[in-house]
Design a protein around this ligand. Structure first.
Ligand code: 5GP
Ligand code: ZN
Length: 112
C-alpha cells in the first residue's frame, strides 16, 4: 500500500468507487470518466506501478480471469478491449497498474 496512491486508497476502500467485482488479490471498479458504455478498471490490490514492474504471473492470470468474467457479465459477447498505458509516452496518469476493460461500442484503431 502506497499512502499517496489513489488506487491503493480505492483498494483500501478509503476512497469510494463503483466496485463491480473483487477477489483476494484484485479489484474492478467503473472508471470515473468512461470512454465506452462499459469502462471498468481492473487492478491488483498490491501496489505495482505499471506493467514494467510486474513479476508475478499468477497475479496477471487473476487479472485476466477477472476481466473475462466481468466482460461476460456485462454482456460483451461481440468483443471488448483490454488496454494498459505504461509511462508518460504510454499515456499513464495513475501510477498503480490498471487494465482498462472497454466495451459496448465498436472500438476504433489506431488509438490516439
Ligand atoms: P490511465 O490514464 O492511467 O491509463 O488511466 C487512469 C484512469 O483512471 C482514467 O481513465 C481516469 O478516468 C480514471 N480515474 C482517475 N481518477 C479516478 C477516480 O478517482 N475514480 C475512478 N473510478 N477512476 C478514476
Ligand atoms: Zn497503489
Amino acid at each position: 500500500m502506497s499512502s499517496e496512491c489513489l488506487f491503493c486508497k480505492i483498494a483500501g476502500r478509503s476512497i469510494p468507487a463503483d466496485v463491480v467485482a473483487e477477489t483476494d488479490n484484485a479489484l474492478a471498479f467503473r472508471d470515473i470518466n468512461p470512454q465506452a458504455p462499459t469502462h471498468v478498471l481492473v487492478i491488483p490490490r498490491q501496489h505495482v506501478e505499471s506493467l514494467e514492474e510486474v513479476d508475478d504471473p499468477q497475479m496477471m492470470g487473476e487479472l485476466v480471469t477477472l476481466s473475462r468474467m466481468i466482460a461476460s457479465r456485462e454482456g460483451l459477447e461481440n468483443g471488448w478491449r483490454w488496454v494498459t498505458n505504461v509511462g508518460s509516452d504510454g499515456g499513464q496518469s495513475v501510477f498503480h497498474l490498471h487494465f482498462h476493460l472497454l466495451g459496448g461500442r465498436r472500438m476504433t484503431w489506431p488509438p490516439g
